[in-house]
Write a protein of this length. Structure first.
Length: 270
């Protein structure tokens, strides 16, 4: 009682009172803000497990990070920087490239105006060692063909399904039709690995996830990782917060809080 904790839950966190099993709570380190705590677990557990547990990231390797300015993307960039001489390619709109360079992305690529696969090949003709794929559809196939021998593709989302405010059945059908498929025999010939990751289905893996959280908190305490907060919104502005992401304006995590910070409330009164 009285401990400050961060929590993992599959759903139900956009409310003022939350019940979760004690096994899904983790002590916050001193000096961490609640906003940082909200931004830490899902993004950094995902980035850590796909980079290190599946990706086996090692010094002198190269990584392609899609949606590099988002929550998982920023986490992955910071975690890559904990390994010596890792070359990072990151896709994002051009307005976010300066921020990505400051974060450690060697080669930001504007996916809206360029073919990112061609751009990667210009710099690294053999491709990259690891591709983090939150896109799905035809981009998963492109990712596989961008891998060097012994490379690893980790797919962890299907963002290509989301094209606007409403469901787009054509986009869903196109993404489904173009979904990457490969059999075991083909993998033998390519000398590559394909992995799938979904943190939401890890809710019974307390020891596994707890071990990752302990490593992340240690990295936070060492100053090697720090959640990047794009903006903070009270619950009654949730539609504006969602629009921030939908319009792809965010660099880092969009955070919801139960009510506006008191300082802002005072300014409005004045």
């Amino acid at each position: 009682v009285g401990d400050k904790v961060v929590v993992l839950a599959r759903s139900g966190l956009w409310q003022e009172v939350v019940n979760v099993p004690a096994s899904q709570t983790f002590l916050m380190p001193e000096g961490m803000s609640f906003e940082e705590g909200a931004a830490l677990l899902v993004n950094y557990i995902t980035a850590y497990m796909i980079l290190f547990d599946f990706g086996n990231l090692r010094p002198n390797q190269s990584v392609l990070i899609h949606m590099a300015a988002g929550g998982v993307g920023n986490a992955a960039i910071q975690l890559c920087k904990t390994v010596e001489n890792v070359t990072i390619f990151g896709t994002a709109s051009a307005s976010k490239h300066d921020s990505l360079k400051e974060s450690g992305v060697a080669y930001p690529i504007d996916y809206r105006t360029m073919d990112y696969a061609e751009e990667v090949r210009k710099i690294s003709p053999k491709g990259v060692d690891i591709v983090l794929d939150p896109l799905g559809g035809s981009d998963t196939s492109k990712a596989f063909h961008l891998l060097r021998p012994m490379g690893k593709l980790i797919t962890y989302g299907v963002a290509n399904l989301l094209t606007g405010q409403k469901k787009n059945l054509m986009a869903m059908a196109k993404t489904w039709w173009n979904q990457f498929s490969i059999n075991a025999l083909q993998l033998l010939h390519h000398n590559k690995a394909v992995c799938g990751y979904h943190l939401g289905y890890m809710d019974e893996e307390f020891e596994l996830v707890g071990g990752v959280v302990a490593k992340l908190i240690n990295l936070y305490n060492q100053g090697k990782i720090k959640p990047k907060i794009d903006s903070v919104w009270p619950f009654d502005q949730v539609s504006d917060a969602m629009r921030q992401m939908q319009e792809k304006k965010n660099v880092g995590k969009v955070i919801l809080v139960p009510e506006a910070p008191k300082e802002e409330s005072k300014k409005e009164e004045n």
